[in-house]
Design a protein. Structure first.
Ligand code: NI
Length: 179
C-alpha cells in the first residue's frame, strides 16, 4: 500500500472538527491505523492524527523510544487513542517548542497544560486512561487539537517564538541541524 501524503497547513479539512469513531475491531479502523503508523514512521514523527492524512475521525497515534525530531525528550509508550477526552490537572500552562508534520520545517513555542488526565479507547474499543505530564502531556494535547481542527500556531502567544528549524536547531538542541 502506498504511503499517504501528510496534509499541510492551509488545507481546509485540517481546520474541521473530526467525528467520533463508532465502529471498533473492524478492517476500516485497522487500515486507518496502519496508514497512520506508516506515515508517522516515514516522516519520523512522534505522533500523528487521522485528519493529517485526510480522515476526519477522532483517532490519534503517538509514542517513541527516541526521536531525531525531539532528541532531548524521554520515551513515551506507543499509543493508539480514539475518541480522546483530556482533563487538565494543572491550571498552569508551560511553554515549549513544538513542530508538526502539517507545518513542516518550522518550530514554535506553545503553551500547554503541564499535567493532564486523558482517556479514550483503543482500536478494539477498550478503555485507555492515563495521567501524563511534560512532553507526554504536550504531545497528547497537540495531537488531540488536530481533532478539533486546531494547529499549534493558533495556540502560540508570541509570533516571535516561531521560526524555521534549520535556523533554530542548534539553539534549541545544541547540535548541528541535519535535514
Ligand atoms: Ni501536528
Amino acid at each position: 500500500m502506498a504511503i499517504l501524503p501528510v496534509l499541510k497547513m492551509g488545507t481546509l479539512s485540517l481546520s474541521k472538527r473530526s467525528l467520533e469513531v463508532t465502529e471498533f475491531s473492524c478492517a476500516k479502523l485497522y487500515d486507518l491505523i496502519l496508514d497512520l503508523k506508516d506515515v508517522m514512521k516515514k516522516e519520523g514523527g512522534v505522533g500523528i492524527a487521522a485528519p493529517q492524512i485526510g480522515v476526519n475521525q477522532r483517532v490519534v497515534i503517538f509514542g517513541f523510544e527516541s526521536s531525531v525530531r525531539y532528541p532531548t525528550e524521554k520515551p513515551v509508550p506507543f499509543t493508539i487513542l480514539i475518541n480522546p477526552v483530556i482533563t487538565p490537572l494543572t491550571e498552569e500552562k508551560v511553554e515549549d517548542w513544538e513542530g508538526c508534520l502539517s507545518v513542516p520545517g518550522l518550530r514554535g513555542k506553545v503553551p500547554r497544560y503541564q499535567k493532564i488526565h486523558y482517556k479514550g479507547v483503543n482500536e478494539e474499543g477498550e478503555a485507555i486512561e492515563r495521567i501524563a505530564d511534560n512532553f507526554h502531556a504536550r504531545m497528547v494535547q497537540h495531537e488531540c487539537d488536530h481533532l478539533d481542527g486546531i494547529l499549534y500556531p493558533e495556540r502560540m502567544n508570541n509570533m516571535r517564538d516561531f521560526g524555521f528549524e534549520a535556523v533554530m536547531w542548534e539553539r534549541l538542541y545544541g547540535t548541528p541541524y541535519k535535514s
